[in-house]
Design a protein around this ligand. Structure first.
Ligand SMILES: [Cu+2]
Length: 293
């Protein structure tokens, strides 16, 4: 049931004197001015972060796709909120009681309006669902010819990254957690934790699994998280778009030293990556596996 208008018949009353009613309205506006100013200030200050709406822009094509749909969802939500809040405040202010003996005209239905506010949300959800499916398919798509393949193994309490040539031939480069479980309280990018090195502008296949319990392979600045599950192999691609060092962590509580399951991702130029890879091959062939330098 909907009440769409309250303007209407009033009980007979003595006509107001000239100027009567203006004073209460000014008083109401004065009372509303402070909360409205506080709300506007909060919106303006919160707007310092407006371009990303609190998310990362992504450092891979997959992460950027994720960022785009995030922005679309936030803008859609804000538009809906603006319409709903606008109608609420307009109704409260425009149709507030103006005299104690007023009885507004009574309604109990409005079929066209009810059809609109039933179908419009369904259309909005349908559009958001469509773009969600499109984005998920883009993120989950894997190349048939990745430039590099990295096998990622999660285990209590660390990560192991093993590089593959892409044709099934292991390159002999393995980066793994070497620190003993302890509350190191170091940043994820420190050398106590392993580093996954990737070339910018190339397709890198990640083959993810777990040796024991469920872990979460989470890199916030790539807008990416995927379970590392024992007995299950998750395969996905990264296409890094810019160089940098990004922190990573386990996002699934897995036991006592879950907080120590940190790592980082370093994205560098392809030539620098090839140099790093060949250097690691030589180094590890003679000295065994070690932490990223
Ligand atoms: Cu964990």
């Amino acid at each position: 049931m909907t009440t769409v208008r309250s303007r209407g018949r009033s009980r007979p009353a003595a006509p107001p004197a000239a100027g009567e009613g203006a004073a209460p309205r000014r008083s109401l506006l004065r009372r509303l001015s402070v909360p409205v100013a506080v709300l506007a200030g909060a919106v303006v200050l919160g707007g310092c972060n407006a371009p990303t709406f609190g998310a990362f822009r992504g450092a891979t094509t997959q992460g950027r796709d994720e960022f785009k749909i995030w922005v679309g969802f936030v803008i859609t939500g804000l538009a809906v909120a603006a319409i709903v809040w606008g109608l609420i405040f307009w109704t409260v202010l425009r149709h507030r009681r103006k005299s104690h003996d007023e009885m507004p005209r009574q309604f109990h239905e409005n079929i066209p309006l009810e059809i609109i506010y039933t179908t419009l949300p369904i259309v909005i959800v349908g559009v958001l669902f469509y773009f969600t499916v499109v984005t998920e398919n883009e993120i989950d798509a894997v190349s048939s010819h990745p430039a590099e393949i990295v096998h990622v193994l999660g285990y209590r309490w660390g990560w192991q990254f093993t590089y593959d040539a892409g044709d099934g031939r292991a390159q002999g480069v393995q980066i793994a957690t070497t620190a003993q479980p302890a509350l190191l309280a170091q940043p994820a990018t420190s050398k106590e934790y392993p580093q996954l090195v990737l070339p910018v502008g190339e397709t890198v296949r990640i083959v993810l699994t777990s040796a024991d319990v469920v872990h979460g392979f989470y890199i916030p600045e790539l807008n990416f998280s995927r379970y590392a599950q024992p007995g299950v192999v998750n395969v996905f691609d990264f296409n890094p778009t810019r160089a940098g060092v990004f922190r990573g962590q386990c996002s699934e509580f897995c036991g006592l030293y879950h907080s120590e399951m940190l790592f980082s991702v370093r994205v560098m130029s392809d030539s620098a990556f090839q140099h790093w890879l060949s250097t690691e091959q030589v180094h590890q062939a003679g000295a065994g596996t070690g932490a990223a330098s």
